[in-house]
Design a protein around this ligand. Structure first.
Ligand SMILES: [Mg+2]
Length: 408
């Protein structure tokens, strides 16, 4: 069943696909169905074929709402990441209680954008989006993914003190790169397993959205520049993979079980325990955020992880920068609210802790799935990076990036 933005339902039934108006199926009786349903078309395949991607393609052709074009979805992914980052930055590092209050008192009362963070007015995004943006610039300049070029750009960003909210591993790796260490040896060793590689991985999902092998290889290599713990590398593959799957899916038709299964398959060879945690999302996504956050905040942790993950202790019930819990929480937030960008961002931030990063990762996936039009424009137009790289600049970057992606 598909829920469209206007609340109407699309439902395959009796070898046809039927549309029901919002609220029409209050009573689950065939009389109600037959009375008001509108048949959009008949399924031109035998029943077993309904689970194939051909069914998705056919379904997209009969949907009454046209999916946004890929160019608009790419812009949505970049803007969605930056806006999630900026909204989460306001409460980054705070407890779940503080973050929930911010969601309920500010984001859900149309006061979003009225609060900034210390010296930064609202709209400033941080290292997560700065490094993803740099990855896109590198791809455009090299007309392909070149980890050597990207690593030089990371080193320059840090040495020029242009990174807002820098993480420990990336800072240390950037210092090593600046001393001439090759990118294959610059990453911080295990057991450090923060989310610094996952938070910037979204553009990889666009670069290789049609090639599973290249996608995994590039997500792994871009992670190794700063992180070598297999969990940190697997987190990069999970986020890049989630964006690629969001791009492939027709909006409003996401099949969450297939999404989860495919992500786990990509992650398993790198870190089986992380893949097992991703598989748990298939049941976890049915639980309310207040309940699920307790399970996710503990996921995948080993002794010592809490201290090595980042600046804050991994308090139970709050999402720390530890890669397994923060990536899982981002995937959960998207799967919990796949058809509503701000709904997914509010869930991500309500997990507390590393709220800018979880909202950035969630926003990149949601924006890729729903497109730019799903993102509140008045807020997005206030994005900036210390007076540079505003909304229009980011859109121009997304456009150039799309041009290279489409031509390679
Ligand atoms: Mg950040």
């Amino acid at each position: 069943m598909i829920v469209l933005p206007d609340g109407s339902l699309i439902f395959p039934w009796q070898l046809g696909v039927w549309k029901f108006a919002a609220g029409q199926i209050d009573h689950w009786t065939s009389r109600v169905w037959k009375a008001g349903a509108e048949q959009l078309g008949r399924v031109p395949f035998i029943e077993n074929s309904m689970v194939t991607e051909w069914y998705d393609l056919w379904l997209s052709a009969v949907l009454p709402v046209r999916p946004p074009p890929a160019r608009e979805r790419l812009a949505g992914s970049l803007i969605g990441q930056c806006l999630g980052d900026a909204l989460g930055f306001v409460v980054e590092g705070h407890s779940r209680e503080v973050c929930q209050e911010y969601v309920e008192e500010v984001l859900l009362t149309e006061k979003a954008g009225t609060i900034g963070r210390s010296s930064h007015k609202f709209g400033q995004y941080t290292d997560d989006s700065q490094l993803a943006r740099e990855l896109m610039e590198s791809y455009i300049a090299c007309r392909g993914f070149d980890p050597g070029d990207y690593s030089r750009r990371i080193a320059a960003l840090f040495s020029e003190h242009r990174v807002v909210g820098r993480g420990r591993a990336s800072t240390e790796a950037a210092a090593r790169l600046a001393r001439g260490v090759h990118w294959t040896r610059s990453g911080v060793p295990a057991p450090y397993a923060g989310n610094g590689a996952a938070m910037r991985a979204a553009p990889i999902g666009w670069m290789f959205s049609r090639s599973d092998i290249d996608l995994v290889r590039a997500a792994r290599d871009q992670a190794r520049i700063t992180h070598t713990d297999p969990r940190a590398v697997a987190g990069s593959v999970a986020i890049a993979g989630a964006v690629a799957l969001a791009v492939r899916a027709v909006p409003w038709t996401l099949k969450a079980d297939r999404f989860i299964e495919r992500l786990a398959r990509w992650v398993r060879p790198i870190e089986p325990s992380f893949a097992a945690e991703i598989e748990r999302l298939d049941s976890l996504r049915h639980r309310e955020p207040d309940d699920a956050v307790w399970s996710v905040s503990r996921a995948g942790q080993r002794p010592g992880d809490a201290e090595t993950a980042g600046r804050w202790p991994a308090a139970e019930g709050t999402i720390s920068p530890f890669v397994v819990s923060s990536v899982l929480w981002s995937l959960y937030s998207f799967l919990r609210s796949p058809n509503d960008y701000m709904g997914a961002i509010c869930i991500a931030i309500s997990g507390g802790g590393d709220a800018d990063t979880t909202a950035a990762m969630t926003g990149a996936i949601s924006g890729a799935y729903l497109g730019l039009s799903a993102i509140p424009r008045p807020l997005a137009e206030r994005l900036e990076d210390c007076g540079t790289w505003n909304y229009d600049d980011l859109l121009a970057l997304a456009d150039s990036f799309y041009g290279v992606v489409a031509s390679t």
